[in-house]
Design a protein around this ligand. Structure first.
Ligand code: HEM
Length: 406
């Protein structure tokens, strides 16, 4: 029997109720069946809410990775060209080749070498708000932090990172499932701006090689194979957009989760060594990437359900991470949870390349904030979530706190 998402869900995925709190709706679907068929998005497909089922699909490379752009249109041609060259939307054999070249220059060891710079940036940002005793976590802390770090890693001059917010605001909606024609057209305009910007930067790097990821991407060679200029361009844009936005959301969502759980906040303040497991729990509890998609390359049977060749599959990572069959008290925030094999960074061939960077930034940002500020409080009763389905992102997170000495 096929379970129809339109019959089980009383609201659409874009309703305000869903945006504020998607978890009861995920539960509603999962409790009937971990796989539902539905026509909620432009492309009908399967909605996966169960952990085991999500894991099985992510592991199986017969499920291909791509979000098809609606029928080719000259209006979003540049956007399509760039997305086609992105690691995230590639499949074998191209994916393996590209992933090897990029992962060689973006290793956990290289990320770790940025620890002192990340810590200094966190300190500087907190110093700027200390006397005010109030800040918007999103725009005063998480956003500038993630921008400054990715700019430093790529070798983008600091004064130019002010553009990141506009770039991300236009491009994130093009990879979200709520995307409209207008969002795609806007995204296409923005991608032309980014293309020109990065082409110039890549040219500059080739003329006068300096430290930085772009130079490493230019020079990286594996058995005579190198990244093409289009691939370097698409990789830079992927790192700035996808990696940056999700890290902002991880930091902001984590702080909101702590403010809503004051006992856990006090526990983390008193036991700073819990920061690593706490960040894993924030990733599970309010996953910044809520959904990813695949397409079946042949007929495949999952849970006595036949997924037909060409079917779309929407993997609700945020739902899988709250599956009570996998996580005890799945809706409870527990910063000591162990084990915690969440799927917030995906799984398998496309597992997030930026996970070590995201983890490090979040650990240093949250720990330093708890260290420096007492009496942290929400300054708005119910923070509003952005109208996105694939990402869990706050519009803003105003807080107040008491100053403590550095
Ligand atoms: C909390 C922050 C982050 C989250 C939740 C996150 C989440 C994800 C997820 C779920 C995927 C897999 C998508 C799929 O399988 O379809 C992914 C892939 C990827 N992420 Fe992240 N990400 C984060 C931060 C970053 C950062 C900081 C970077 C780099 C600066 C980054 C770069 C990438 C890249 C390059 C891929 C594609 C890997 C591939 O296709 O082989 N991410 N990310």
């Amino acid at each position: 029997m096929i379970h129809d998402v339109n019959q089980t869900m009383p609201f659409s995925f874009t309703s305000p109720e869903f945006m504020q709190n998607p978890y009861p709706f995920y539960d509603m679907l999962r409790s009937q069946h971990p796989l539902h068929w539905g026509t909620l998005f432009k492309y009908p497909g399967w909605y996966v809410t169960g952990y085991e089922e999500a894991l099985t699909i992510l592991k199986d490379t017969r499920f291909k990775n791509r979000i098809p752009l609606p029928e080719t249109s000259k209006k979003y041609e540049q956007l399509k060209n760039i997305q086609n060259n992105m690691l995230l939307f590639k499949n074998e054999p191209d994916h393996k080749r590209l992933r090897l070249l990029v992962s060689n220059v973006f290793t956990p060891r290289i990320v770790e070498s940025y620890r002192p710079y990340i810590q200094k940036t966190v300190n500087d940002l907190l110093q700027q708000v200390q006397n005010k005793k109030t800040m918007d976590v999103v725009s005063d802390f998480a956003f500038p932090l993630a921008s400054l770090i990715i700019a430093k890693i790529l070798g983008i001059p600091q004064e130019e990172q002010y553009q990141f917010r506009e770039w991300a605001a236009s491009l994130i909606p093009t990879i979200d499932f709520t995307r409209s024609r207008k969002a795609l057209i806007n995204g296409n305009i923005m991608i032309i701006v980014l293309q020109d910007y990065f082409k110039e930067l890549i040219k500059k790097c080739k003329r006068s090689p300096e430290e930085g990821l772009i130079n490493q991407l230019i020079n990286e060679e594996q058995q005579g194979d190198r990244l093409t200029d289009e691939e370097i361009l698409a990789t830079c844009i992927l790192l700035v957009i996808a990696g940056h936005e999700t890290t902002v959301n991880l930091i902001s969502n984590s702080i909101l989760a702590l403010l809503n759980h004051p006992r856990q906040l006090m526990e983390l303040k008193g036991k700073p060594w819990l920061i690593e497991s706490a960040v894993e729990e924030f990733l599970r509890y309010e996953s910044p990437t809520q959904m990813t998609a695949r397409i079946a390359s042949e007929d495949i049977e999952i849970k006595q359900t036949t997924i037909k060749k060409g079917d779309q599959i929407y993997i609700l990572l945020g739902a899988a991470n709250r599956d009570p069959r996998k996580f005890k008290n799945a809706h409870l925030l527990d910063i000591t949870r162990n084990p915690n094999h969440h799927l917030a960074f995906g799984y398998g061939a496309h597992f997030c390349l930026g996970a070590p960077l995201a983890r490090l930034e979040a650990q240093l940002a949250i720990q330093t904030l708890l260290d420096r500020a007492d009496n942290l409080k929400l300054a708005a009763p119910e923070p509003q979530w952005r109208k996105l389905i694939g990402f869990r992102a706050l519009n803003e997170l105003p807080i107040t706190f008491d100053r403590v000495g550095i």
